[in-house]
Design a protein around this ligand. Sequence first.
Ligand SMILES: [Zn+2]
Length: 431
Amino acid sequence: MAFDLIVKNATLPDGRTGQDIAVAAGKIVAIEPGIAAEAGRVIDAAAQLVAPPFVDCHFHMDATLSLGMPRMNQSGTLLEGIALWGELKPLLTHEAVIERALRYCDLAVSQGLLAVRSHVDICDDRLLAVEALIEVREKVKPYLDLQLVAFPQDGYYRFPTSVKNLERALDMGVDVVGGIPHFERTMADGAASVRALCEIGAERGLMVDLHCDESDDPLSRHIETLAAETQRLGLAGRVTGSHLTSMHSMDNYYVSKLLPLMKEAGVFAIANPLINITLQGRHDTYPRRRGLTRIPEMRAMGIPVALGQDCCMDPWYGLGSGDMLEVAHMGVHAVPMTSREAIRWAFEAVTTIPAQLMGLEGYGLAVGKNADFVLLQAADTIEAIRMRAARLAVIRRGKVIAETAPRVAQLALEGRPALVDPSHYAPRAAN
Ligand SMILES: [Zn+2]
């Protein structure tokens, strides 16, 4: 039998080595050692890691690559970022939003990032960004799964036409219900918005993903309402609380009651380490809070946690590179969570866990799944995070859609090796 593609001698994220992966008609048809067959293309993985593609479950594609337009964020806060985006919004054009989004998707693909959940701001009566990103979703479909969230950036009740615009956006085909309860004018409005948005999700049979408690205020407790509403409406497995940074500052006793509720309700959590490590704690002197949510405690409770990138060169964050390994790397440091087990988990938090959160069909390295995967210049998942490893080959439906040369340095040092490959440096005792 002839295959379209065979990848030889791969190491898999679960630690299996010496595996060949055979692909036909866009699907994985075999994963086993020593597949002897003809193939249209053969790639020698040379014992390096082959992983399912990276997934970014929290992003803002309408704002990406807009850094500096119309000015920079001076305070570095979430609130100035929102104000700055408000200044930019009336200046947006359909073509410019599409152009920036497509350029970002090129970067994402080069990094092996093939699925993105992007919030799209509906607080603009033109719904210009919604129209543009729906068009982008179609354009990138052959190479990237883009899921859109109807996001009332300026508040669901606080902005006068959000209630109507959110329904309009969903009618236009936006996939997920969004919200921002901590930005409403009162705690009561915030809680009411959570209830209303979950009801919309239930009625329409959609997933719900709220920016929730992105604040250093320990009394911002909308995640409690979100979990309770998830339970009340039977939405287990369809609801996500994004950010949850107030949990960093909450009273420990309260958290010990909150986490079991989240677990029972079946909500997902998303932490965005790059962004929250820089946006939170801005009103502190010293000690200065990191503001990241309680990842190890949620994991210990069995609550699924994914890591998102959130921003790339926009009003909230001036850096970013579409590299989900950078996100995992920052998460490991910022939490901190440095055990070998936790670092391995961080790789899952940018691949399989967000894929489950987004409900991606056909995702994963297994027979019968889509032939989507990434060959990395790394021996295993920990090494991939340590080096933010080069994506040697990115495969979508069995076709190579991006390639990067291995990162190897030439040394000119008397008596020392001529080449340095950073992926050959892990001490043997490390495993
Ligand atoms: Zn966000």
